[in-house]
Write a protein that binds this ligand. Structure first.
Ligand SMILES: [Cu+2]
Length: 141
C-alpha cells in the first residue's frame, strides 16, 4: 500500500470516528426531536424533548442575539419560511422561556410535528433549522 492511499484511509477513519462520537462540524446547525421519534405511537400528554446544535437557546426576552433563539412546535404543518414571524395560537407553540422539554395534550390521531427554531422576535430560521416528524397518539387506556 502506498503512502497517499494510507493517508486517505487514515483520514477517512478519523472522520468516521468523529462522526461516531457525535461531533458536529463548526458549521452544522440543526434542531432535532430527541423525543418522540419519527413514527412513534404515544399517549397524551405527549412528552417532547427538543435538541439543537450549532446555535444557543436564549429566552425571547433577551431579544435578537446572533446565533441564538428558541424552540417552537408547529402542529400539522411543515417548517415556516425564514424571516416569517411565528404566530401564537393552538397550532404554533412557543417555548420562549428557553424550554427544551414540553408536554402537549393531543386528542388521539395522527399528527405532523415540526420543531422550528426562531430568533428573539419569533422570526423563523427556516427549513434548515426545522425538523418534522409524524406521530400517532393512541386513545387513553
Ligand atoms: Cu417564539
Amino acid at each position: 500500500m502506498n503512502g497517499p492511499r494510507l493517508r486517505r484511509i487514515a483520514a477517512a477513519a478519523f472522520a468516521t470516528s468523529l462522526a461516531l462520537a457525535g461531533y458536529a462540524t463548526a458549521q452544522e446547525q440543526r434542531v432535532y426531536f430527541i423525543e418522540p421519534k419519527d413514527g412513534a405511537e404515544v399517549r397524551s400528554p405527549v412528552k417532547v424533548v427538543m435538541g439543537v446544535e450549532g446555535m444557543t437557546i436564549k429566552p425571547s426576552e433577551a431579544g435578537v442575539v446572533a446565533g441564538t433563539g428558541h424552540h417552537h412546535i408547529l402542529l400539522n404543518q411543515g417548517p415556516m419560511r425564514g424571516g416569517k414571524v411565528i404566530p401564537t395560537d393552538k397550532t404554533h407553540l412557543h417555548y420562549g422561556k428557553g424550554q427544551t422539554e414540553a408536554t402537549i395534550k393531543l386528542e388521539p390521531g395522527e399528527y405532523t410535528l415540526t420543531m422550528q427554531f426562531a430568533d428573539g422576535l419569533h422570526r423563523s430560521f427556516g427549513k434548515k433549522m426545522a425538523h418534522t416528524i409524524k406521530i400517532k397518539v393512541l386513545p387513553a387506556q
